[in-house]
Design a protein around this ligand. Structure first.
Ligand SMILES: [Zn+2]
Length: 233
């Protein structure tokens, strides 16, 4: 894992801020998977990208995730506490496995596959197109339509972290449900929040002392905090 400086995090946030969420996830993945060529990251199984993002989140701000999920029965906002180590223990990522069934050989979807179907309005067609990309069938191959659920479960079994389903129970109505955790969006929002906190500090110190952004970043966190206390007093 590459350890980014604050200046590198700000540059990363700036680069990704106008990008599609799929590309942002790959930008963050590149920090962890410096063993993979940047252009090859899009060809990793989605679960391998998610695994990298979970490890990055654990490194940056600890192994416990807090998220909210709406209860599908009563709309209560349920707070979820999720341990990253528990998610990583689901494992099975990184290997390029093949699932075979109904005469088809299926591999796991990659970010490149997701990007190819991302803009499609017809979600049914997009889901079929995604499956078709992961095997050698023609678009109108009936097997993909007839056995879609079984094929999708088979493909999911290849890559357990491709969809990070988390079960929860609603405290208000007791309904048990599950939600898919979007680790890319969650981590990106944390990176954006951290970047904006640093920008606020730079703004305060630049206004008070006339220092440049790079001078302020070069101070390091401790000294910056000490000067900020002076400015606030
Ligand atoms: Zn409920």
């Amino acid at each position: 894992m590459h350890h980014c400086s604050e200046a590198e995090w700000l540059a990363l946030w700036e680069r990704g801020s106008r990008w599609h969420p799929i590309d942002r996830a790959l930008l963050l993945c590149a920090v962890v998977r410096d063993d993979v060529e940047p252009e090859a990251l899009a060809d990793l199984p989605i679960g391998a990208v998610h695994e990298a993002l979970l490890r990055l989140r654990r490194e940056l701000s600890g192994g416990t995730l807090h998220a909210f999920a709406p209860c599908p029965a009563c709309a209560e906002r349920v707070e979820l506490t999720i341990e990253i180590d528990d998610l990583l223990a689901r494992g099975g990522t990184g290997a390029a496995g093949i699932w075979e069934g109904f005469g088809l050989r299926m591999r796991s979807p990659t970010s490149r596959d997701l990007a190819a179907v991302a803009g499609k309005r017809d979600l049914e067609r997009a889901a079929l197109e995604l499956l078709r990309r992961c095997c050698d069938a023609a678009f109108d191959d009936e097997r993909l339509v007839l056995h879609r659920d079984a094929i999708e479960s088979g493909v999911e079994s290849l890559d357990p972290l491709a969809c990070i389903e988390t079960a929860f129970a609603c405290a208000a109505c007791d309904r048990r449900s599950s939600i898919a955790l979007d680790i890319g969006a969650l981590l990106w929002s944390e990176v954006a929040t951290a970047a904006h906190a640093v920008f606020a500090e730079i703004h305060a110190l630049a206004s008070a002392y006339g220092w440049t952004e790079s001078e302020i970043l070069a101070l390091g966190r401790e000294r910056r905090a000490a000067y900020l206390r002076q400015v606030a007093s």
